[in-house]
Design a protein around this ligand. Sequence first.
Ligand code: 5GP
Ligand code: ZN
Length: 115
Amino acid sequence: MDENCLFCKILHGEVPSNKVYEDENVFAFLDINPQAETHLLFIHRNHTPNIVNMTDTHPQDLQDLFVAISTYSKEKGLYKKGFRVVSNIGESSGQTVFHTHIHILSDVRLGKFGS
Ligand code: 5GP
Ligand code: ZN
């Protein structure tokens, strides 16, 4: 846990979020400022600052994230319709929260809180 990290605080329930998925490694929630009908953020429970750093230091976490995204997308019909996967790396790319996260953007309309 990084004490100054917003997404670590969300993981630990110190900042509220609308959870859509969790397993032992991964947590996912609705983006507070959605850029698509469905806009989710998938994060690993381990704190790393971006996906390149994650690949270098915690490569297993990358697999955990994409297994979770794959599982969730098949369960909820996102995979059938198609969806976008985005991860900003660095401030100049638009990254504002420095806990690795994968944006999932889709036209599929999920139920309340992504269920
Ligand atoms: P980035 O710009 O770092 O790629 O993405 C950060 C994302 O986190 C943004 O899409 C932003 O809307 C979202 N975000 C920022 N603060 C919060 C928050 O407190 N709760 C939730 N659910 N999303 C947040
Ligand atoms: Zn963090």
